[in-house]
Ligand binder design. Structure first.
Ligand code: GLN
Length: 489
């Protein structure tokens, strides 16, 4: 049963061929079996899941089923869930139980989904391998014996969805945290337009970049999840009042006789060093697009190679401000000191891990009066230029494609320096700086048998179009990501 996609499961639930309780039981059993080894959940919520499932079955019986009724999902442990511990994978929030529900998780409740648990991530979503988690790193189910990373920061969700420990799930993407982990686990991960999904109740990392989004096994599943989580939220002042209009199926957009789809490839990214496999697969998919009537055009984003530097100024700056609230006074960890300042210091030294502390220090430095103008303001200017270059590029093409990563999943015990980790975000951060939608979709398997992904990038609020093209690419690539196949069991 765990090989079903959301689309397939919904059909069977509707026809009564399976029940939500049966489906949920299958996932909980599998979590029991492999959950520890994969370390993809920080908290499993079996009682809640079974209660959700029973309620779904009752709605199916009464003919009042909701759009995603009975679909068992994993929620990144960054979304506050009422009465369920929400840790952000930090010691600081190890025992934090929110009294409120994030807008995104509430929307999933309102769509009838079943909550299996809270998935692992990098501490406060800062990282690329989910190794900065206070609870240890999740593992990639592909070639399990090699202990590869499932990516980060949404690595718990990707580990769970790729292994059949959830049918789909949520992530957040500040600089690539949905797309990178999805790419290296053979999944589809969508970073929607900034503002399409509410950030309310989602633990803040860098507020002008943080973007909640879905992770699924197919593009259609991902679109279904996005339609559940998107929508205006008066509680988030950056929430857009545009909707994600999805009627349940993604129409083809290639091979249209009237006007060929113009697909841009970014000139400046062509010189970035990527693996032979990535290059080959990317080129094959471009060839597929071409032979299906797309027109390929070269576009230029002149400052795109500066995006990493810009991101690693802006994201830490915002993080240092957002994380100032963890002072041991109101909630979270508190380590008593000899006076209030000593309590602040001891609490923050004990509560935050090394990477989070590094970001706070960088952020505080770039916001200091002597650095503000030369670092922060300069980064803000280049950010604006990148965003304008994308606007300009989209006057010459409808959508853009580029790799999601340079290569396949690396071993968890790879010993990279912080800068080497940061460099892995090369292909993803620019879209966050510009606030535009980008979806990573599998583009094939590398020689070593591991999956690779490529991105489809669109104009603001062209999320549906992005997914439509992603679906074509998914079909061209045709990789088999059924959990029982991936795990070999
Ligand atoms: N890897 C990036 C970072 O460490 C992106 C993280 C994210 O998108 N949350 O900041």
């Amino acid at each position: 049963m765990i090989d079903l996609t959301i689309t397939e499961a919904l059909k069977k639930l509707k026809s009564g061929e399976i029940s939500a309780v049966e489906l949920t039981r299958a996932y909980l059993d599998r979590i029991e079996q492999y959950g520890k080894e994969l370390n993809c959940y920080i908290t499993v919520t079996p009682e809640r899941a079974m209660a959700d499932a029973a309620a779904s079955d009752a709605r199916y019986a009464a003919g009042t089923a909701l759009p995603l009724d009975g679909i068992p999902i994993g929620m990144k442990d960054l979304f506050a869930t009422r009465g369920i511990r929400t840790t952000a994978a930090s010691r600081m929030l190890e025992n934090f139980v929110p009294e409120y529900e994030s807008t995104v998780s509430q929307k999933f409740i309102d769509s009838g989904t079943v909550l299996l648990g809270k998935t692992n991530l990098d501490e406060f979503a800062m990282g690329t391998f989910s190794k900065t988690s206070y609870f240890g790193a999740p593992v990639n189910p592909w070639q399990l014996e090699n202990r590869l990373t499932a990516g980060g920061s949404s690595g718990g969700t990707t580990s769970a969805v790729a292994s059949g420990l959830a049918i789909g799930g949520t992530g957040t993407d500040t600089g690539g945290s949905i797309r990178f982990p999805s790419a290296i686990t053979g999944l589809v991960g969508m970073k929607p337009t900034y503002g399409l999904c509410s950030r309310w109740g989602c633990v803040a990392f860098a507020s002008s970049l943080d973007t909640p989004g879905p992770i699924g096994r197919t593009v259609e599943d991902t679109a279904l999840l996005l339609s559940a989580m998107a929508g205006h939220d008066p509680k988030d002042s950056t929430s857009s009042n545009k909707n994600f209009d999805f009627d349940g199926s993604l129409q083809p957009i290639l091979n249209k006789s009237d006007k060929p789809l113009r697909i841009g490839i970014i000139k400046e990214l062509m010189d970035v060093k990527i693996s032979e496999d990535m290059k080959k697969l990317f080129e094959s998919r471009i060839a597929d697009l071409k032979s299906n009537g797309a027109e390929i055009v070269e576009v230029s984003i002149p400052n795109i190679l500066d995006a990493l530097a810009v991101y690693y100024i802006i994201a830490p700056a915002e993080a240092s401000s957002n994380l100032a609230r963890y002072d041991g006074m109101r909630y979270g960890l508190r380590v008593e000191g000899k006076d209030i300042y000593d309590t602040f210091k001891k609490t923050r030294a004990a509560g935050f891990g090394e990477e989070v502390q590094r970001r706070i220090i960088i952020g505080t430095a770039v916001l200091s009066s002597e650095s503000y103008e030369v670092y922060f303001m300069q980064a803000a200017r280049v950010r604006r230029m990148i965003s304008e270059s994308f606007n300009h590029a989209f006057t010459m093409c409808d959508l853009i494609v580029c790799p999601s990563s340079a290569g396949t999943a690396l071993p968890l015990d790879s010993d990279l320096t912080p800068l080497e980790y940061y460099a892995l975000d090369m292909f993803t951060v620019a879209m966050n700086l510009a606030g535009i939608p980008a979806c990573s979709v599998p583009c094939g398997l590398a020689e070593n048998g591991l999956p690779l992904g490529m991105q489809v990038v669109g104009k603001r609020f062209d999320d549906l179009k992005v997914l439509q093209l992603a679906k074509h690419i998914e079909q061209f690539a045709g990789i088999d990501n059924r959990p029982t196949k991936v795990m070999g069991k």
